[in-house]
Design a protein around this ligand. Structure first.
Ligand code: TXE
Length: 484
C-alpha cells in the first residue's frame, strides 16, 4: 500500500537540496504499518564525489574560525532543534517505529543536548602548554579535514548529532550518510542548518544504501576520517576500505551485553531496570542487556517477577503515550529475530513469555513481535552469545562471581553491561573485571556525555564522548618554543 502523501526528501550538498541526477529513489516505510510514506535519493559514487568536493571547499574557512565562533554555531543549532522538539520526536517515531515517549525523552532531547554539550566543551578548552626549564610546548588541536559520518537506523538523529557536533565543532567539514531505513530526521536536521544559515558545504548529506553510497564515501580519497556506527560485519568492511589510505577511524559496533543480578540487589529496581535494559527501543540499542545472569538463590523469585513485568509491557501504536514497545525496524529484521526464537527451541530453550508476532489493531501491516523471555539455553549457546538486536532476552543463573564473570566475558563482543547489587564497592570492582567499554551499577543508560563511550573486541575501535570526541575529531600538534 502506498500512502498518498509521499514525502520526497533530497540530498543536501553545498547548501542546496538536490536529487540524484540519475533520479533513482529508495522507498521509506513506516515500521508500524508497513506503508511507504517517503522517498529518498538512491545516491551513488558520483553524488558522493560532489558532496566530498563541497566539503573540501568549505573546510579551510570553517576551520579558520575561532573555536568560540564554532561553539556559537552549535548553540544556534541546539536552539533551532529545541524549537522543533515535538516535530523531531514524531518524525523519528514514525520513521523508526519506536514509541513517541521514547522519541521525545531520548532521541529528540539528546539530539539537542549533543549540540549544547559540545558547544560548552569547546568554550571550556584551555591552551595546553607543557613547560620545560628552557622551552614551552604548545599543543595545537587542528581540524583533521573532511569526515564521513555513517549512522544506523536505531537512534538516527541521536547518533548523527553525536558525531556532527564535535566534528564541525573542531573545524572539520563532513559528509553524512544516514541509514537508508531511517533518513527522515537527518533531512530535518539539514533543513535546520539551511534555515540558520550554516555556511554551505560544512555539513553535506547523501542518502542511499551501504554499497551505493556508504562504501564510495568511506574509500573516497578526499575523505580524511570516518566515524561509523552500525553492525560489526559492516564495520569490518568499513575498516578494510579505510585502511589503505590511513584514514582516522572510529567504529561503534554491535553488542551482546549482560545484566548481572546479585542476590543482595533491590529486587524491584532490578526487575524494572533489567527489563528496560532488555527491551528499550524493542531491544534495538547496541547497549541493550539481552543476557540476564541471576544469582541462583534468587533466580526463581526474579524469574517470576521479571516475566510478570514483561507481560504487562504495552506493545502497540507508537503514537500512543502509554506505549512501551513499538514495531521492529523492518520485515527482514523481524524475521531475523523470530529466527532466533526457533533457534532457541533447538538449543533447549523454554519460552517463558512472548516468542511470536503480534498485530495491534489497525497496524496489521507492521513488523510486530511480543517481548520474549527465554530460559534454558546454555550460556555459550548461539542465542546467548550472538547479537539478536530485538525484543528477546535469555535468562541464566550463576552460583559465584567467578562464574558470572566467565559467562559475561564469553562473547565476541565487549560493549556494555549492568550490575545490580546492594554492595556498591563489589559492584564497582566486579564491573572493572568485565571485558566491556561501559558498565552501569544499579542503573542503565544513565549518561554523562563527558564519559568515554565505546567498546572492545567486536564492539568497535576507539571512544567518542567528551574529550575523546574532541581528540578523535582533531589532530594534536606540538609546537616547542625554546627560550634563550
Ligand atoms: O547496520 P549496518 P544496520 C547492529 C545490529 C543490526 C546490524 C545491522 O546487529 O542488526 O548492526 O544494522 C551503512 N560501507 N547494529 O543495518 O548494516 C548503512 O547504509 C559503508 C548495532 O543499521 O551496519 C547504514 O547507514 N557504509 C548498531 C550504516 O552503514 C555501509 C546500531 C549501518 O548499517 C556499508 C545499529 C558499507 N559497506 C545496528 N554497508 C550500534 N552499535 O548501535 C552499510 N553501510
Amino acid at each position: 500500500m502506498v500512502d498518498e502523501r509521499i514525502l520526497e526528501i533530497k540530498n543536501y550538498i553545498g547548501g542546496d537540496f538536490i536529487d540524484s541526477p540519475r533520479g533513482d529513489f529508495l522507498g521509506v516505510f513506516e515500521p508500524a504499518t508497513g506503508r511507504q510514506f517517503a522517498s529518498a535519493p538512491l545516491s551513488d559514487a558520483s553524488d558522493v564525489d560532489i558532496a566530498v568536493e563541497a566539503a573540501r571547499t568549505a573546510q579551510p574557512s570553517w576551520g579558520a574560525l575561532g573555536i568560540r565562533e564554532r561553539a556559537d554555531w552549535l548553540e544556534r543549532i541546539a536552539d533551532a532543534l529545541e524549537e522543533r522538539h515535538e516535530e523531531v520526536a514524531s518524525l523519528e517515531s514514525r520513521d523508526t517505529g519506536k514509541p513517541i515517549s521514547l522519541a521525545r525523552s531520548v532521541d529528540a532531547t539528546r539530539s539537542v543536548s549533543n549540540f549544547r554539550f559540545f558547544a560548552e566543551m569547546l568554550r571550556s578548552q584551555d591552551q595546553e602548554v607543557f613547560e620545560m626549564a628552557d622551552a614551552s610546548n604548545f599543543v595545537v588541536n587542528k581540524p583533521v579535514g573532511v569526515g564521513a559520518l555513517i549512522t544506523p537506523w536505531n537512534l538516527p538523529l541521536y547518533l548523527l548529532s553525536w558525531k556532527i557536533a564535535p566534528a564541525i565543532g573542531m573545524g572539520n567539514s563532513v559528509v553524512c550518510k544516514p541509514s537508508e531505513l531511517t533518513p527522515m530526521t537527518a533531512d530535518l536536521l539539514m533543513r535546520v542548518f539551511d534555515e540558520i544559515g550554516l555556511p554551505e558545504g560544512v555539513v553535506n548529506l547523501v542518502h542511499g544504501d551501504g554499497i551505493g553510497a556508504g562504501s564510495p564515501l568511506v574509500s573516497h580519497p578526499g575523505v580524511d576520517f570516518v566515524s561509523f556506527t552500525g553492525g560489526t560485519s559492516t564495520g569490518g568492511k568499513v575498516a578494510a576500505s579505510a585502511a589503505p589510505s590511513f584514514k582516522k577511524l572510529s567504529l561503534e559496533l554491535g553488542g551482546k551485553n549482560s545484566s548481572i543480578v546479585f542476590s543482595d540487589c533491590d529486587m524491584q529496581s532490578a526487575v524494572s531496570g533489567v527489563a528496560r535494559a532488555g527491551f528499550l527501543n524493542q531491544g534495538q540499542v547496541c547497549l541493550c542487556g539481552s543476557r540476564i545472569l541471576v544469582e541462583g538463590s534468587i533466580y526463581g523469585e526474579f524469574r517470576e517477577r521479571f516475566v510478570r513485568h514483561v507481560e504487562q509491557m504495552k506493545v502497540g501504536d507508537p503514537s500512543n503515550e502509554g506505549t512501551e514497545l513499538g514495531a521492529l525496524i523492518s520485515r527482514d529484521h523481524l524475521e531475523k529475530v523470530l529466527g532466533y526464537v526457533e533457534l532457541a527451541k533447538e538449543e533447549g530453550g523454554k519460552i517463558l513469555t512472548g516468542g511470536s508476532r503480534c498485530s495491534p489493531d489497525g497496524f496489521e501491516g507492521g513488523n510486530w513481535m511480543l517481548p520474549t523471555v527465554i530460559e534454558g539455553v546454555g550460556a555459550d549457546s548461539r542465542c546467548a552469545t550472538e547479537e539478536i538486536f530485538g525484543p528477546l532476552v535469555t535468562l541464566h543463573s550463576f552460583e559465584s562471581e567467578e562464574e558470572a564473570l566467565g559467562i559475561a566475558n564469553n562473547t565476541r563482543y565487549g560493549l556494555a553491561g549492568s550490575v545490580w547489587t546492594g554492595d556498591l564497592e563489589r559492584g564497582r570492582s566486579f564491573s572493572e573485571k568485565m571485558e566491556t567499554g561501559m558498565v552501569w551499577v544499579n542503573s542503565w543508560l544513565h549518561r554523562d556525555l563527558r564519559a568515554p563511550f565505546g567498546g572492545v573486541k567486536d564492539s568497535g575501535v576507539g571512544r567518542e564522548g567528551g574529550r575523546w570526541s574532541l581528540g578523535f575529531f582533531s589532530e594534536a600538534m606540538n609546537v616547542c618554543v625554546k627560550r634563550d
